[in-house]
Design a binder for this molecule. Sequence first.
Ligand code: GLU
Length: 413
Amino acid sequence: MLESAHHLIERVGKSLGLSSEDIDFLLSIDQEHIFDITLKNGTTHKAYRVQHKNTLGPYKGGIRFHPGVDLDEVRALATLMSLKNAAVGLPLGGGKGGVATDPRKLSEAELEELSRAYVRHLHPHIGPDKDIPAPDVNTNSQIIDWMTDEYEQITGDTTKASFTGKSVAKGGSNGREAATGRGGVIALRTVLEHLKTDKKELTYAIQGFGNVGLFFGVIAGQMLPNLQLIAATDSSGGISSAFGLDPDELAEYKKQGGKLNEHKAEDAVTITNDQLLAEEADILVLAALGDVITEKNADTVRAKIILELANGPISDSAYDLLTSRGITVIPDILANAGGVIVSYLEWLQNRAGEHWEEAKVNEKLEGYLIPATKKALEYADKAQVSLKEAAMAVAMRRILETRDAKMSRKKES
Ligand code: GLU
C-alpha cells in the first residue's frame, strides 16, 4: 500500500510539474513512534503512530487494531490521511496509528488494558492541538472512550478534544458513527449526478458489510432509492441475490453479531469475497481492507463505478487496469472522508463546549464533501485525468501552497 501511495504522489506530482523537493516533501514523514505494549497476560503487541504532515493543522487520523498492521501500512495510511484532509478542505494534517493484534482474541479487559497502555506510551506526542486520533479498523467508540479517559487522567486535559469518535455520552458527536458510510453515499450521489445517472435504476455490491459498510447500505436506502443492493460480504463471505437484498435487514442481522455467509435470505446464494468482486453490479463498494483489488484480479471486476470506502482497497497497478477499461473509481480520499469530517466537527464541538443536533452535523458534512467532490470532478474533466488523480492534485497543491504561505509569512516577520 505504501508503494501505491508513493507512486501516485510521484505521478500526480510530475503531472503538476512539481519539483523533486516538493514531491519529497509530500512523501516524507515528520515523525514515527514505535513501541511495544506488553499486557498482564504476558503477550507483547507492536504499536505505531505515524505523523505524516501537520502543514494544515494538527495531525489527525485513526488507530487500527489488526494482525496485518505494520510500519509501512501505517506510513501509507498516515500519508493518505494528509491527502484526505487536504482534499476536503479541513484544517488538519495527517497521522495514523495501529497495533498489530487480533482484537477478537482479546477479552474485554485485555482490550481496555491495550487501549489505555497505547495512550500511556504515546501521550506526550498527542493532544487537542498536536495530534487527534480516532477509530479505524476494529476500533470503536468504547476503545476511544478508554483512551480519552486515560489521556485525561495522565494530562488533566478535560476538553475531550484529544480524541474523536467518542461515544455520544462521553463527548462524541451525533452522526459520527454513521459518518463514513453517509459520506460514501454523498460522494457517490454527487458523482452519479455529474454522470447524469442519478435517476437510473442501478445495482450495487458491497464488500465489507461491517461498521462502515452497514451504514452505507442503510443510508443509501434512504438517500438513493434507485440503488438496489444485490450482494454483500463480511470477512466470512456473504450472499448474493439478483432479486435484491434488504440493507436494513442485513444491518440488523450484523448488529446481532451474525455472519453474512450464514444468513438465510430468500433467493440468495452464498458467495466468497472473491466472487463478490466479480458480481454483475453497476457499482462496487469496497468497504473492507486495503489492496483487495490488485493486477491479479482486476480483470474480474464487472462494475462500472467503484467506491473506495476502505482506505487503499485498489493497488496502483490495478488502478490503471480499471481506469483504462472506463471504470470510474471514486477515490478513498473523498469516498470515506465523511468520518474525518465529522471527527473535525466533534473536535470543534468539544472545544466550544457545544453539542449539535444530528441534522446540523449532517448538513455541515455535506457542506465539506459535496464541494470537494465537485472540485475533483471539475479538475478531472479539465485535466483529463482520473478522479483519484484529480483529488490528489487538489490536495497536494493545497498542502504545498499552505507550506509556502507559512514560510513567506515567517520570512516577513
Ligand atoms: N479512520 C478514519 C479515516 O481513515 C477516520 C479518521 C478520523 O476521524 O480522524 O479516515
